[in-house]
Design a protein around this ligand. Structure first.
Ligand code: GLN
Length: 549
């Protein structure tokens, strides 16, 4: 029988519930337990696939093609499992299922209600990972939103019922709260935590553990006070102080014996103690790398770092084997377009950068700026890495500049372009619905031996995750090849270009897929690793003449 851990948050949003859940998952996995993490979001969208990154950050895509909340990225990175569409549920999906059942006549004439029909569906989904795999020891379910929101009520009610129906040792509740520091009073305040726990208890859930998010450790007096008012032993109130790197969080929890106490509470005999030696070593390099490189990320959602979460994390991972920290330099693609943007501007923007990455995206805003960035990196011999839309921009740049295809473009941005070097995939042409209809999830790709891509991967057959509607137009393959472009990776039938590179450049590589979704801290993605390696080389070369002088 799998045990359940429910993770909720109170006082404010953005407390880092996802990292907390992932970190607890990390520790329990390290103890030899089989852990599944899932995220239940109270909003009505069926999935986040149609949402703007400004709403919920990046859309994280799984192998099976599910478009998910970005917390699933943290789960995969911290526990190194491959999740599925079962592991992300929204209120929209719950209602979709309930209404479908109603239309099918499954409720036998009864009035369909939030209790029991909606809550039953949520409970079914809470238990689903165990129903599908009897080897699962622990299911950690994070509930999105903040306790007290109207929208999250059915989810919390389902948890209350599930707890009531289960033996006490089978479920536990972990609640994150904010313990703010009030400047004027010069002290931290526990009242918001007390209120938030009172709110949770009024719904019928007494939390078993509290994680206090605060700037610093809260101290034993505050811990005792919180414990007393929230009806908990003080050692069940954990410090969740701010840390420099999210990879420190499992170490912080372990130092407070969180995994021990959770196992005790759930009466689980874990096969072993958690050995965090490797994780500690890795975190030390992340925190204090001997050197640093700077990579420009040219995008249009740069004010919102969550829009490129997996890319940022992939750089953290890729720096580790090179013993460098990667500092992202966020460049607004719209600032690189317009008549007055001359060579001087580019030299200024990219002056101290050792590489340029153009990430994925949708729509034509800022496109010319991205194309200009590709050209700058290409002409200056600056390592370049293009991802999805980034690859499409590289094809446009090379089409226009090296293959003499005047006004070449993607038909996404200019439907009337004389040279649609990027065009809609054939099976996308008749699709009208927006949600869940792109080319999604893991697809195989074959790599040509002897190419840069091959050197990075060290193998010729790979599988990567996708999320796109457009592709390189095969009618232009020859022209682009003549211009110097090498198609180093394609779908196994050869029809779809997945990876391209430019010979004679230190590192110019672009991909149609999203490698950032498969990077893990202990297994950096080969392309990010290769790209950061090229950036390190570039920096070394730039330093050499200075040192000689
Ligand atoms: N808009 C492009 C497409 O649909 C790129 C998508 C992306 O970067 N994820 O193909």
């Amino acid at each position: 029988m799998a045990k359940h851990i429910f993770v909720t948050g109170g006082v404010v949003s953005a407390l880092g519930k996802g990292i907390a859940a992932a970190s607890l998952g990390n520790l329990l996995t390290a103890r030899g337990l089989k852990v599944v993490l899932q995220k239940f979001d109270p909003y009505l969208n069926v999935d986040p696939g149609t949402m703007s990154p400004y709403q919920h950050g990046e859309v994280y895509v799984l192998d099976d093609g599910a478009e998910c909340d970005l917390d699933l990225g943290h789960y995969e990175r911290f526990t190194d499992v491959t999740l599925t569409q079962d592991n992300n549920l929204t209120a929209g999906k719950v209602y979709e299922a309930v209404l479908y059942n109603e239309r099918k006549g499954k409720y036998l004439g009864r009035t369909v209600q939030v209790i029991p029909h909606v809550t039953d569906e949520i409970k079914r989904r809470l238990r689903l990972p165990a129903a599908k795999d009897s080897a699962v020891d622990i299911i950690i379910t994070e509930i999105g939103g903040t306790v007290g929101d109207i929208e999250s009520l059915p989810f919390l009610e389902a948890i209350r019922q599930l707890r009531l129906e289960s033996p006490q040792a089978d479920t536990c509740s972990v609640h994150l709260t904010l313990v703010p520091y009030i400047e004027a009073a010069g002290e931290i305040k526990t009242k918001p935590t007390q209120h938030s726990v009172a709110e949770l208890r009024s719904i019928g859930i007494q939390p078993d553990f509290l994680i206090c998010r605060a700037r610093q450790r809260i101290g034993d007096d505050a811990r005792r006070k919180i414990a007393l008012f929230c009806n908990l032993p003080p050692e069940f109130v954990f410090d969740g102080q701010d840390v420099r790197s999210i990879y420190e969080v499992p170490l912080n929890y372990h130092a407070q014996r969180m995994d021990d106490l959770v196992c005790q509470r759930l009466q689980i005999e874990a096969p072993r103690e958690a050995d965090l030696t490797d994780w500690e070593r890795m975190t030390r390099i992340i925190l204090d790398p001997p050197d640093r490189v700077r990579i420009a990320i040219v995008g249009k959602y740069i004010e919102l770092k969550d829009a490129y979460k997996s890319i940022s994390e992939s750089f953290v991972h890729a720096g580790i084997p090179h013993h460098v920290g990667v500092d992202p330099v966020w460049v607004d693609s719209e600032s690189l377009e317009g008549r007055d943007v001359g060579e001087r501007k580019f030299a200024e923007v990219f002056r101290d950068c050792h590489g340029v990455l153009v990430p994925g995206g949708f729509g034509d805003r800022g496109i010319q700026g991205k194309i200009n960035a590709v050209r700058h990196a290409r002409e200056q011999g600056l390592p370049f890495f293009g991802i999805c839309l980034g690859m499409q921009c590289a094809v446009i740049d090379i089409g226009r500049d090296l293959a003499s295809l005047d006004m070449a473009n993607s038909s996404e941005f200019d439907p009337a372009t004389p040279h649609p070097v990027i065009h809609l995939m054939e099976d996308q042409q008749y699709i009208e619905m927006m949600g869940g209809t792109m080319r999604l999830g893991a697809w195989p790709c074959v790599i040509a031996p002897g190419t840069l891509a091959h050197r990075c991967y060290g193998q010729t057959e790979i599988s990567e995750r996708h999320r796109h509607r457009y592709e390189l137009n095969n009618a232009y393959r020859e022209a682009l090849q003549r211009a110097g472009l090498v198609f180093s990776g394609t779908s196994p039938d050869g029809c779809l270009v997945e990876i391209m590179e430019l010979a004679g450049h230190p590192f110019f590589l672009a991909v149609q897929f999203h490698p950032e979704l498969k990077s893990r801290p202990d297994r950096p993605h080969p392309l990010f690793r290769g790209f950061v390696g090229a950036a390190v080389e570039h920096q070394r070369a730039a330093r050499a003449p200075q040192q000689q002088a």
